[in-house]
Design a protein around this ligand. Structure first.
Ligand code: SAH
Length: 348
């Protein structure tokens, strides 16, 4: 029998567990506080819980605690890439980024990804499995503990398609924003999707304040299909209305991510097509100079082209930024550290 993970349980679920063991309700709060505020690594740390209760819990439950397998530190800006081991032997990547007076963590939502975007390293071997809420929480908890600085922002932009792991993602968001837990503001959380339309509508209705980022990457269906297989399933005539709905329901401005790739999506025509597609939407475009991966031949647009593309959008009153590159020297494209680790440690 696989043991249930205590860290994935909400306070109500945990209370049920505690009551079923014949214990008093306040023990659930204590346990929750140890896991989600004090960031305990194991039941042994929880010294104000009776030993008997701890060992009974350990018989039936486990408590996820990620293992730090590797850390890469950028000498340029201090960005850290963590490689974490899961208890089934899989590994995932998370990134810590320090800005002026705040820190942000980029987490993975799945081991690998099945979406098949052509420029992305995370998807090259498909999706192994989805992460549990406890595993996603622990990406943040372990990094906060290691760094000793409060994490204030979270971007779900690591490996995986978060909306393909919908229920666990939603539970993760409820728990990380819980005032009895780390209490991170929903306004400081961004979830990025390749555009799973039905789940975008569901997310809009959850009552969250989080930002939704849509990986657009091309302004027409024809070009988008070349880069992103999901565009065969959902056309822009479905994706864009889902973005509009998200904004109407939540009041949160959509972010469009656009990875500029030389000769693929960076011409003046494409800038004009993009303007036509999103003009009038309350949105923000984040231009990402594509991160080349060795398995594919995509090349990043040069600085001049990027600037030209940007100013074309600006002239049409579209809100646009170029993503600041963090951790350039420890490299970049998400999923690459995990792949390197697998190549070195798994012989198949
Ligand atoms: N599955 C989600 C989250 C994945 S990664 C999504 O598709 O949005 C977060 C962002 O990084 C996405 O916009 C993704 O398209 C982009 N990305 C992936 N590989 C990249 C690369 N090599 N260079 C630049 N951006 C990349």
């Amino acid at each position: 029998m696989t043991k249930r993970d205590l860290k994935s349980l909400t306070i109500d679920e945990l209370t049920e567990v505690i009551l079923s063991l014949g214990e008093k309700k306040f023990r659930a709060r204590q346990l929750y506080d140890w896991m989600h505020v004090k960031l305990a690594r194991s039941l042994d740390d929880m010294t104000n819980l009776p030993k008997g209760l701890r060992s009974r819990l350990a018989e039936e439950f486990k408590m996820i605690s990620l293992e730090v397998v590797d850390v890469q530190v950028s000498e340029i800006d201090g960005t850290r890439k963590f490689l974490f081991g899961l208890d089934d032997g899989n590994v995932i990547e998370s990134v810590w980024m320090k800005y002026k007076d705040w820190a942000s963590v980029c987490i993975s939502s799945q081991v690998g990804c099945k979406m098949g975007c052509r420029f992305c390293a995370s998807t090259l071997d498909g999706c192994v499995r989805s992460l549990t809420p406890g595993e996603m929480l622990d990406e943040v908890y372990k990094i906060q503990s290691e760094m000793g600085i409060r994490v204030s922002n979270i971007v779900v932009m690591g490996s995986g398609e978060p909306l393909d792991n919908y229920d666990n993602l939603v539970k993760f968001i409820r728990m990380i924003t819980d005032e009895n837990g780390l209490n991170i503001s929903g306004r400081h959380i961004t979830v990025s999707t390749c555009g799973l339309v039905p789940q975008m509508y569901r997310l809009a209705d959850e009552g969250f304040e989080i930002t939704l980022a849509l990986s657009l990457h091309a302004p027409t269906d024809e070009k988008r299909r070349k880069l992103m297989p999901i565009a065969n399933k959902y056309s822009l005539s479905e994706v864009i209305p889902a973005c509009k709905y998200y904004f109407e329901k939540t009041g949160r401005r959509i972010t469009f991510e656009y990875a500029l790739t030389a000769g693929e999506n960076d011409s003046d025509t494409e800038a004009e097509e993009l303007i036509a597609l999103i003009s009038g939407l309350n949105a923000h475009v984040n231009l990402i100079p594509v991160n080349p991966i060795k398995e594919r031949s995509f090349v990043r647009s040069d600085a001049e082209r990027i600037q030209r593309f940007k100013s074309k959008l600006e002239k049409n009153r579209i809100n646009v930024t170029i993503r600041r590159e963090m951790g350039k020297d420890i490299d970049g494209a998400c999923g690459q550290l995990r792949r390197k680790h697998m190549e070195e440690h798994v012989s198949c």
